[in-house]
Design a protein around this ligand. Structure first.
Ligand code: NAG
Length: 98
């Protein structure tokens, strides 16, 4: 298992995007890398936050200095109009290559 070490200071979506581009370029050449790239990436959350009364996604992005695309990327199933108190959100994640 290879671990890509990425802290919240590095936008994960940029890495994911470049891997996507890589996967597209690999696809056209049909190299042995193809299977590995298409196996996909897994997110492992290393820092969570429990939602408090009055929190919004925007407030939390400001408070923890996370960009909106990065925040959405590390919280893929989050519906920001539907936050509830006690809900766990991810603030920092690493990408894992399975
Ligand atoms: C998010 O939640 C709101 C309120 O429950 C709902 O109206 C909306 O359709 C949901 N959006 C998504 C993308 O699921």
């Amino acid at each position: 298992m290879a671990k890509a070490m990425i802290s919240s200071s590095f936008p994960i979506f940029l890495l994911a995007f470049s891997l996507l581009i890589f996967s597209i370029s690999v696809e056209t050449r049909s190299t042995p890398f193809r299977g590995v790239v298409e196996a996909g990436l897994e997110l492992q959350c290393n820092k969570v936050y429990g939602v408090k009364n009055g929190d919004t996604c925007f407030d939390l992005e400001q408070k923890f200095k996370i960009t909106t695309p990065h925040f959405s990327f590390i919280n893929p199933n989050l519906n920001c109009t539907d936050l509830f108190i006690g809900q766990w959100l991810c603030l920092d994640a690493v990408l894992i290559l399975p």
